[in-house]
Structures are given as C-alpha cells and as structure tokens.
Design a protein around this ligand. Sequence first.
Ligand SMILES: Nc1ncnc2c1ncn2[C@@H]1O[C@H](COP(=O)(O)OP(=O)(O)O)[C@@H](O)[C@H]1O
Ligand SMILES: [Mg+2]
Length: 244
Amino acid sequence: MALLEVSGLTRHFGGVRAVTDLSFTVAEGEILGLIGPNGAGKTTAFNLIAGYLRPMAGRIVFAGRDLVGLKPHAVTKRGIARTFQIVKPFRKLDVLENVVLGAFLRRRGRREAEAEARLVLDKVGLGAKIGVPAADLTLAEQKRLEIARALATRPRLLLLDEPMGGLNPTEIDQASLLVQRLREDGITIVWVEHVLKAIMKVSHRVVVIHHGEKIADATPEAVVQDPAVIAAYLGGARDGHAAA
Ligand SMILES: Nc1ncnc2c1ncn2[C@@H]1O[C@H](COP(=O)(O)OP(=O)(O)O)[C@@H](O)[C@H]1O
Ligand SMILES: [Mg+2]
C-alpha cells in the first residue's frame, strides 16, 4: 500500500487552473521529485496535501486515512511536515527556539522539546548555531532551519518546497546529502526543486506537472528523455537553467 495516495486532486483560483485532476502515489521510503515549469502548480499541490488549501475535488489518503478537510496542524499530527518555498522563520527568535516550537507538537514539556530540537539541529548541521537569531543566518542555513522545524514534528512524510533555491553549488551538494540522509532515517520525501541535476540524481522517481496536470511519472532517466517533458521545459524556460 502506498504511504500517500493523491487522486483526482483539483484546485482552481478563478480562471487559473492551478491543479487539475492530479493523481500520484508515494511509497514508504521513497524520494519522489515533483517538477514542472514556474506556475505549474507544485506549491499548490503541497498546500492541498498539507491542509493549507482545500481541494475542489479529489482525495488525499495518507497511511490509509483521508486527509481532506483537516487543518494544517492536524495534518502535521498525522505525520506530514512541510517546508516553505519562501523561508518563514521567526526572525527575532534564535535557532533553537524556532525548532522548539516545532517540537512542541509531540513534546509537552519544555525539556523534552528542547532535547528534540537539539537533536534535529545537529542532524541538519546547525548544532553550532543554536543561539543565533534566525534573521542572522545565511539563506542556506535558513533553508536548513526550515527542515529542522519540520523534522522536529517527527514526520513520516516530508514535503520540501525548493530546499535548494538560491543556494550555491557547494550548498546544493550538502542539501542533496541531507535529503538522502533523512531518507536513510526512514523518512519518505516528496520534494520540489529548480535544481534539476540534484532532483535527477537523488530522486527514485519523478512526477512532472505542467499547467496543473501531470504529464510524466517515471524514473529520472525516463523523464529527462520524455518528449512531453522536454517540450514543457523548452516552452517555459530558454535560459539553459530550466525552471522547475
Ligand atoms: N492563493 C492563490 N490565489 C490565486 N492564484 C494562485 C494562488 N496560489 C497559486 N496561484 C496560481 O496558481 C498557479 C500555480 O501556482 P503554484 O502552485 O505556486 O506554482 P509552482 O509552485 O509550480 O510555481 C499560478 O498561476 C499561481 O499564480
Ligand atoms: Mg512553487
């Protein structure tokens, strides 16, 4: 049985068909890449799965239970955590406090929440930054802080929205390693990313959406050779650094 099964998912905004009849599954332990040109509907798909938006149609079944209608907090409680494309730390709070807030989802006591936060901060490589205000972190560090906040809620499924956006090549390699390590820890991952090289290297399978509809669902090797995918990217970006 799939860990996540999305079927017929649809959400339009007025005349904008952000997501239309989208269906895909995610197996436990899988790293699934979700790509598509700018405006394809990737973030909307995440917002629907994570309970930030309500679908107009479709089902979202996670670990055998329907999620549609649950608020974000309840979805997180079921075991799905997400990061935001635009990082949203509490800028004045330090790194540790930002993550403690995530840890309170499952840890009632301050000491337990803090212990959990320290653990995940070590995991993402921010162990030395715990006292630093979030606003003073580099972008790469803020992206890691987002991941740490999500991890502190102890997800089974992690949705990462462009975790490498704006990072340099060294930081991109480090982020790739982090994604792979999380998966080794038993977390299933769906990630949206502009950096196609990283997506293709790290993902087991890639789903491509274009104008809100799925146009491919296959291995990275098959997807890069798919004429429909090539056409979608050539239509959307001609700068050699295709938009994801
Ligand atoms: N809350 C919203 N209200 C109106 N239009 C939206 C909203 N969210 C997204 N859209 C539109 O839906 C389409 C898909 O957006 P999005 O899911 O952010 O794409 P992607 O993440 O693939 O770049 C775009 O045309 C975007 O402008
Ligand atoms: Mg997006």
